[in-house]
Design a protein around this ligand. Structure first.
Ligand code: IMP
Ligand code: MG
Length: 183
C-alpha cells in the first residue's frame, strides 16, 4: 500500500469484478444498439479503459474535460475545458465518470449534453459518494457506493497525483491538510 494512504477501500480484484459486472449489464441493456461512451477526463481514464473491454456491443469513445475542483474543495463552478469531438445527436450516450460526489459536475454535464439531443443519456460511475449530494442526479450504473471519505487511485487524484495506483485508497488525514469533506 502507498505510504500516504490510511487504508485500501477497494482492492484491484474487487475493482476488476465490479467493472466486469458493469460491462455485462451495459452489454445486455444496449444489445443490438451502438453506444457512445463519453468519458469525463481525467479521472475516467483507467476505469473507462477497463470497462470497454467488457462491453460487447458496438462502442464509440469520446471525451470531455470539465474543471470544477481545486484540491479537495469543489468550487461549485463547472466549465468545459475540452469538448466532444463527435456529434451525439440521435445517439445512445453513456457518460463514464470516476465519482459522483456533490453531483454538481454531473448535473452540469447532463444539462449540457441534453441540448445536443442524444437519443438516450445515462450515467455510469465507478464510485458514488451519496452523503454529500447537492444536486439530484439519477445514476443508472454504479460500480461501488462509498462513505464520505476522500479517495484516490485508479484514476482519482489529489492535486493531480495518485491516479496511477491500481486500487482505490483513502488518503491519510495529514496528507489532506485542513480539508472539509462535506461542503
Ligand atoms: P462533484 O461535482 O462534487 O460530484 O464532483 C465530481 C468530481 O470531483 C469528480 O469527477 C472528481 O474529479 C472529484 N472528486 C469528488 N470526490 C473525490 C474524491 O474523493 N477523490 C478524488 N476526486 C474526487
Ligand atoms: Mg472527475
Amino acid at each position: 500500500m502507498h505510504r500516504d494512504l490510511e487504508e485500501i477501500l477497494i482492492s484491484t480484484p474487487r475493482l476488476n469484478a465490479g467493472i466486469k459486472k458493469l460491462g455485462r449489464r451495459i452489454s445486455s441493456d444496449y444489445a443490438g444498439r451502438s453506444v457512445t461512451l463519453v468519458g469525463v477526463l481525467k479521472g475516467c481514464v483507467l476505469f473507462m479503459a477497463d470497462l470497454v473491454r467488457h462491453i460487447s456491443v458496438e462502442t464509440r469513445l469520446d471525451f470531455m474535460m470539465l474543471s470544477s475542483y481545486c484540491g479537495t474543495q469543489s468550487t461549485g463552478v463547472v466549465r468545459t475545458v475540452l469538448d466532444l469531438k463527435e456529434n451525439i445527436e440521435g445517439r445512445d450516450v453513456l457518460v463514464v465518470e470516476d465519482i459522483v460526489d456533490s453531483g454538481l459536475t454531473m448535473s452540469y454535464m447532463l444539462r449540457n449534453l441534453k441540448t445536443r439531443r442524444p437519443k438516450s443519456l445515462e450515467i455510469c460511475t465507478l464510485l458514488d459518494k451519496p452523503s454529500c449530494r447537492k444536486a439530484n442526479v439519477s445514476i443508472k450504473y454504479t460500480g461501488f457506493t462509498i462513505p464520505n471519505k476522500f479517495v484516490v487511485g485508479y484514476g482519482l487524484d489529489y492535486n493531480e497525483i495518485y491516479r496511477n495506483l491500481p486500487y482505490i485508497g483513502v488518503l491519510k488525514k495529514e496528507v489532506i491538510e485542513g480539508t472539509k469533506l462535506c461542503r
